[in-house]
Design a protein. Structure first.
Length: 317
């Protein structure tokens, strides 16, 4: 019996549409003349155990995935890498590139930076656990470069969106969440490069990533305005969470100055406010609803009035 078989993926399921034969699996198109060349003898009966060699199919999928990726068809490329992993779950390149495609195809409201970081970690673990002969230093540099590029684009998009919608109270909190994603990604990149060979190329990227991270720290700690019922208020990142960010900011600047002694860091808002000792004692907790309400009244009403500012200063003397 004769059958027709796709030369790229090996599937024998082709559908004729408008005079062309299209593979149902990889969507490769063939003319009638090309399809005739694909006709081969049909299956034969085999007894005993056999082991399938999927290397040809995997290589073909990789070609299709890379072609789609270069054409910026990231969802299509993602699907091809997924098919590779169905055949070989330990293909480190497919593990990483699948995460990269996902991140490239993400949006401001569906960020995939965490997925990209996890795919990077998983692919490195596969290489180490299987003792693969891969230049890890070069690979980690390329990963850091990819992740940093996507993170920077995501940050610029996030900042532009915030500047367009700053009047909303929620725009600040959404911006903080996105900044934390950027910080996490850049900190991972700096860890990757710390494990790389000490080359000029690695140092340049490492320095760029550290400087980007400093900017994100500063953005996170800024006071931000919003408008509610025609009144302008101020909102800021939680003070109890701000201290570790300031500490990271200081340490990162020290690391930068090792490579760039003349570096001038952007200023960060280091101001913190004391909790209300009396209210905390009365209600028993700094974070109980009553104290939280009083704190918001202090921060978002009194602190925006002249007499309110004077009252706060006198109270905390």
């Amino acid at each position: 019996m004769k059958i027709i078989k796709c030369e790229l993926c090996g599937s024998n399921k082709l559908t004729k549409i408008d005079g062309e034969y299209i593979c149902d699996y990889c969507h490769t198109h063939y003319t009638t003349e090309e399809a005739k060349k694909l006709i081969i003898n049909g299956p034969v009966e085999i007894t005993g155990n056999i082991q399938l060699d999927n290397s040809l199919m995997i290589n073909n999928y990789k070609k299709l995935a890379k072609r789609a990726f270069n054409d910026k068809l990231y969802a299509e490329s993602y699907d091809y890498y997924q098919k590779i992993l169905e055949l070989d779950p330990d293909d480190w390149e497919a593990v990483y590139k699948k995460g990269l495609c996902s991140a490239k195809d993400s949006t401001l409201f569906t960020p995939k930076l965490e997925e990209l970081i996890n795919s990077s970690k998983n692919s490195i673990n596969i290489i180490k656990n299987n003792n693969l002969q891969i230049n890890l230093s070069e690979l980690m540099y390329n990963m850091a470069y990819d992740i940093n590029s996507i993170t920077l684009s995501f940050y610029n998009l996030s900042k532009d969106y915030y500047l367009e919608n700053w009047q909303s109270f929620d725009s600040s909190t959404d911006y903080w969440v996105r900044l934390l994603l950027c910080i996490s990604a850049e900190e991972y990149c700096s860890d990757l490069l710390s494990s790389c060979n000490n080359t000029e190329k690695n140092r340049r990227l490492y320095l760029t990533i550290l400087k980007n991270t400093v900017i994100y720290y500063c953005e996170l700690c800024k006071k931000r305005k919003y408008i509610n019922n025609g009144n302008t208020g101020l909102v800021w990142y939680k003070y109890e969470l701000k201290s570790p960010i300031i500490e990271k900011y200081t340490k990162t600047i020290k690391r930068i100055k090792i490579f760039d002694p003349n570096y001038v860091a952007p200023p960060i808002d280091k101001k913190t406010k004391k909790g209300c000792y009396v209210a905390t004692c009365v209600y028993g907790s700094y974070d109980c609803p009553e104290v939280w309400t009083l704190r918001r009244f202090r921060d978002y009403y009194l602190d925006n009035k002249l007499f309110g500012k004077l009252f706060i200063k006198l109270y905390y003397l």
